[in-house]
Write a protein that binds this ligand. Sequence first.
Ligand SMILES: [Cu+2]
Length: 324
Amino acid sequence: MPGDLLPFSSLCRDAVGRERTFRVLERLLTERERRTADDVAFLSMKTPILLTPMNDRMLVRFLVAALASAALTAPAATLTAVPMQGGMVMPMIAYQAGMGRLHVMLDPAIPQLTPLAVSHPGDGFAPEDPWFEALDPSRQGLAFSRRYGFVMNTETDPLPDGTKIWLRKVTGSPELGAFRYANTAPKAFEPIFGTAGSPSAMAWSGMMFHPTFTAPAGTNEYHATFDAYLADAVSGVEIPNTSTGPFEMTWTTVSDGRPTLGIATKLAISWAVVPGNYVLESADSLPAANWTPVATPPLTIDGKPTVLLEPAAAARVYRLRQIP
Ligand SMILES: [Cu+2]
């Protein structure tokens, strides 16, 4: 261990300092969050400061062993909240009294919808939480992000009396889900913005609002177009010409490592195994002058030789011809 790596504090030269070092280590290693890569980096940056010149080798060895065991054997955690999956990306809404309409300012950052299996390997959600079915890796395991959040621009003019802001999803990928999320009792994960037949628009209080957006884990990019408009505070009826106009929100996704399933409808031609060699032939129709061998080799399915063909092949006729 090169000594010049160690701008160690005098605290750590004595027993009290060492004790403190171990308490810090103990705390770091028992905190569940400390298992992410960021925190490993954090640990490795901080630890040299905590070392003493006398026992640094020992401590480093201890640390390496402890980190490895923290990474490999720390028990899976049960999360009781839905992680943001990154920093906030906030479309800022303002009312411009001079124009009589709402205005939006966008942050160009693009959130990544990330499944829990990728962001928190081995962890799960609590089965009693309303997002369990959608987000838990043992259930749908959807990729998700709470990074987008609607917020009022502090520069906004006061809203006209008797009006309220509504947020509306105009168009978007059908696989992109949106949910109103609440982590404090009563916990909530309610479909919004057209998800699961919900209305495409909702009244907004103007308080910072981070819905949970979801999509199947994979490598697709998702887009949705939103707008914000003023509506009558009582009736909810839109006030014409107050909309921000459409603005687009974009997400990338990340795979959870599961290969994509393929599914196809095929024509299956099979026959019983009997002594002798047979070849499968086909013709356009009966009676047939020309029979041609089917090029697709048979697979064994349910113990029988079976040729799988495209559905259109059902229009042809088939026979087995014995060959020497
Ligand atoms: Cu926010």
